[in-house]
Design a protein around this ligand. Structure first.
Ligand code: 0A1
Ligand code: ZN
Length: 883
């Protein structure tokens, strides 16, 4: 808990560690309230340190009790060391190698922060990223200290029959004369402490094996709570597919003889890439057709792959310091995006990535929490596992790929692995490999890592009919962000195409340069003009194809142009994008009308264009489902950016959905009937796409006609044969205010109250009901037997969904939504600061609101800040949000 004003850590203050650790031998004697940890460390002064060999040894430690220290076998007396809430300092240590033995105790049962060693439903597990290892023992808890770990675990066999840690099992057995047993695990790969893991409990295992490209056999094991073994097959199939893909695409082979995954119900994030022993939030492992949706299946595949890919991008090569978090995260997200693009549909994955980027990252970049992909200071590193580091970080890697081309990118990756294996490195090291492999100067490009804010590209065009030339002028500007008032121009890959009046692609011949090898313009200046020749007729430009750069576009294109691109663009992403832009323009106009009480018009042209696309046999169903998904309320608020009235946005969006539902009722019913499922459920992308389209159609049907739509959605719920259809029906019903909604929600809870993953879905559906009564509903559900504030998945499902997925109600003009969120943040902060801080981030767009709501939101954020005992985590978020 905070005692004085927390101070920032700065990248510019980075110094190499004074000491390095070669070996760590841990003995962990597990007991629920008093676990004893003995750590034997082989320490030596770091020759690269500028502090010299006489520097004191400072070890990090938090929420642990020191029980004894020995240096080279000699117990240290109290005056030889100093202990604070955060550290253990030994002022005089040998100038050469020495051995330190530290005895500590911790209390896993009382650890509600879920960082360090804790218990989840009786299972002991650890979470050490970013700084959890210091809650297990005193240690230089920083990513640039890499050591070989041996872990001996002891526990009562009845409490914990399964004992796991990183690496290979080298010994196990009974401890004579006791009811205890032990296991010893040895990890041959040096690693930073954040990759350490230990799990112990009563767990069942689902097993398989994988033969690597060099013919080695790897044992694969997924550990789950007993009784859930029949929900592991998809996770295992995904793991094997990711392992093969990394061999084929990046030449990366797995390096231990065993790869283990453990699924636990209580986890602060999605999953964690600990060496050889990934720990997962069980919602990203467990799947059976009657318990998981297609979205769950896709998430499991993606996150399994993500954590597995970290073995090379993150574990074998790790970060020098936490400012370099994007080194592993941006790159690994890029890799998991490429993986799903290869095993599923590339355009559909791109669309969902861009949706996520727009809704989470653009809003972050436009407000008080904006920070560069590589931040230069932080108060609490856990606050920097953000959409900017992950999602924009992946976009930056993608831009590198686009700029230098696939071949050079692969060569750059090969060089990176060869040069830095076993090291802790920086973004500069990574980009230097790409520069060397491609022979290009990437110094201007590097600003993407250092400069926050979403650039705006302002594009104007002109056509000279007599000369047959067409010019595109592109100006770029990045708005000011906290601490960065002035921005440099960026190096931006801008993929373009020209679509002729007949809908056909026109050749791209740059004046003075000839035909373009790749249809990518490179923007490097504040303003540039590109002139194309041999352009026989005025084209419609298709800009930023595939979302080649994470920017906001401003063009003079009119509604007719967007409708034209929606039907004719050869780039599927941009066909979807044209529909989004058209819808956005329309919705912003409608929101203005809703705000002023004017009548809301229908959108026959848009409906007609959508109808054409729905009938187009060349488009895959999953893509059509994406076309039917309008821009989110959050995106629209971000576009409007000032004096936002969330209720007007919600009303506009509902109106358009209903209007499209009516105008397209023939097509939608036709889809609903034609895509009715038959045969057993299969989670593959095609089948999921067909269900996705049918369920998107149902969503619009339900909006179009309250009574008939609700009846159809209820029937869909009643007859659903898999969880995908059940949840689709419920989510269509939640948007209606009809009795069928609560009948279905009650029936769902009655049927699934024993399954915590399904209970979370139920909480989320309740929280997303977009009507004012939901405020009371959420408060009531917080008292429900199904909800516990110490379970992060419950909190995210109920409170996170309420604040994130239900903008109209969260932003209720009474301010009650803000009060509810502030109450929860204040209650949760002493228990779990990480999750509390993430929730408090839901206030990040408060400045965009209209004055009434803005004042109410501000008052609640100030109420949080006024709390004297705030954690560093929440303190940092609320002070930055208030600015
Ligand atoms: N490295 C993990 C995510 C993760 C990050 C932080 C955590 O605790 C603060 C836990 C997990 C990943 O990228 O999947
Ligand atoms: Zn990651």
């Amino acid at each position: 808990m905070r005692t004085e004003t927390p101070q920032p850590v700065r990248l510019s203050d980075y110094r190499p560690p004074t000491h390095t650790i070669d070996e760590v031998a841990l003995t962990v004697r597990l007991a629920p309230q008093k676990t004893l940890v003995s750590a034997r460390l082989k320490v030596r002064p770091n020759p690269k340190s500028d502090a010299g060999p006489d520097a004191p040894l400072v070890l990090d430690g938090e929420a642990i009790e020191l029980r004894g220290i020995m240096l080279d076998g000699v117990p240290l007396a109290q005056g030889d060391y100093a202990v604070t809430d955060e550290s253990l300092t030994i002022a005089r240590v040998p100038a050469g190698p020495f051995e330190l033995e530290i005895e500590t105790a911790c209390n896993p049962e009382a650890n509600t922060a879920l960082s360090g060693l804790y218990r989840s439903n009786g299972t002991y597990c650890t979470q050490c990223e970013a700084q959890g290892f210091r809650r297990i023992t005193y240690y230089p808890d920083r990513p640039d200290v890499l050591a070989r770990f041996t872990t001996r675990i002891e526990a009562r066999r009845s409490d914990a029959p399964v004992l796991l840690a990183n690496g290979n099992l080298v010994d196990s057995g009974e401890i004579e004369g006791t009811e205890k047993h032990y296991a010893v695990w040895e990890d041959p790969f040096p690693k930073p402490a954040y990759l350490f893991a230990l799990v112990a409990g009563n767990l069942a295992v689902f097993e398989d094996s994988f033969t690597t490209m060099s013919g080695r056999e790897v044992a694969l094991k997924i550990y789950v709570e007993p009784g859930k073994e029949d929900r592991c097959a998809w996770a295992m199939a995904s793991l094997k597919s990711a392992m093969r893909w990394d061999e084929e695409t990046f030449g990366r082979e797995y390096d231990l003889d065993i790869f283990m995954i453990v699924a636990v119900p209580d986890f602060n994030m999605g999953a964690m890439e600990n060496k050889g022993l990934n720990v997962f939030n069980d919602k990203y492992i467990l799947a059976r057709p009657d318990t998981a949706t297609d979205q769950d299946y896709a998430n499991i595949e993606r996150i399994i792959a993500h954590e597995y890919f970290h073995n090379w991008t993150g574990n074998r090569i790790t970060c020098r310091d936490w400012f370099q978090l994007c080194l592993k995260e941006g790159l690994t997200v890029f890799r998991d995006q490429e993986f799903s693009s290869d095993v599923r549909s590339r355009p559909v994955r791109r669309i969902s990535d861009v949706r996520l980027l727009r809704s989470q990252q653009f809003s972050e970049d436009a407000g008080p929490l904006a920070h560069p992909v590589r931040p230069s200071s932080y108060i609490e590193i856990n606050n920097f596992y953000t959409a900017t580091v992950y999602e924009k970080g992946a976009e930056v890697v993608r831009m590198l790929h686009t700029l230098i081309g696939g071949q050079a990118f692969r060569a750059g990756m090969d060089l990176y692995f060869a040069r830095h294996d076993g090291e802790a490195v920086t973004m500069e090291d990574f980009v230097a490999c790409m520069a060397e492999a491609s022979g290009r100067d990437l110094s201007q490009f590097f600003a993407w890592y250092e400069q926050a804010g979403t650039p705006r590209l302002i594009v104007t065009d002109s056509y000279d009919e007599t000369a047959g030339t067409y010019s595109l002028t592109v100006a770029q500007e990045t708005p000011p962000t906290p601490d960065q008032p002035d921005k440099k121009p960026l190096d931006i890959p801008f993929a373009v195409g020209l679509v002729g009046p007949d809908g056909q692609e026109m050749p791209l011949v740059l004046d003075g340069e000839g035909a373009m090898e790749r249809p990518v313009l490179e923007l490097t200046q504040r303003e540039q003009t590109f002139r194309f020749r041999d352009v026989a007729a005025r084209p419609v430009p298709s800009l930023n194809r595939g979302f080649s750069a994470p920017v906001r576009l401003e063009t003079d294109l009119g509604d007719g142009d967007w409708l034209f691109l929606m039907s004719h663009d050869s780039d599927p992403f941009n066909r979807w994008e044209a529909a989004q832009i058209y819808a956005k323009r329309l919705l912003i106009r409608l929101a203005g009308d809703a705000s002023s009480g004017a009548p809301l018009a229908d959108a026959p042209d848009f409906a007609e264009a959508l109808g054409r696309s729905l009938r187009d046999q060349s488009l895959e169903p999953a893509f059509k489902a994406e076309l039917l998904g309008l821009p989110s309320e959050t995106d629209l608020a971000g576009e409007i950016a000032r004096n936002v009235d969330p209720q007007a946005i919600h009303d506009a969006r509902r109106h358009l959905q209903a209007s499209l539902g009516r105008a397209l009722s023939g097509e939608l019913q036709d889809i609903y009937e034609r895509f009715a499922t038959s045969g057993p459920y299969s989670p593959d992308a095609d089948s999921a796409g067909r269900r996705g389209l049918r369920n998107a159609a149902l969503g619009l049907i339900a909006m179009a006609d309250g009574e008939r739509g609700a009846a159809q959605a209820f029937e869909h719920f009643r007859t659903a044969e898999n969880m995908t259809d059940t949840i689709a029906a419920l989510s269509a019903l939640t948007r209606t205010n009809r009795p069928e909604r609560d009948r279905a929600l009650d029936a769902f809870y009655a049927a699934h109250s024993g399954d915590h993953l399904l209970v979370d879905k139920w909480l989320m559906l309740n929280a997303a009901i977009p009507f004012p009564e939901t405020l009371e509903r959420v408060r009531t559900l917080m008292e429900h037997e199904a909800f516990s504030i110490t379970r992060p998945n419950n909190v995210r499902a109920l409170i996170g969904a309420f604040a994130g997925l239900n903008p109209a109600t969260f932003n209720d003009p009474s301010g009650d939504g803000y009060r509810l969120l502030a109450d929860v943040v204040l209650e949760l902060d002493p228990l779990n600061p990480q999750v509390a801080a993430r929730l408090s981030g839901s206030f990040k767009t408060w400045r965009m609101l209209e004055p009434g709501r803005r004042a109410l939101a501000k008052a609640e954020i100030e109420r949080i800040r006024a709390c004297k005992t705030l954690s560093r985590d929440v303190y940092e978020i609320v002070t930055r949000i208030l600015g």
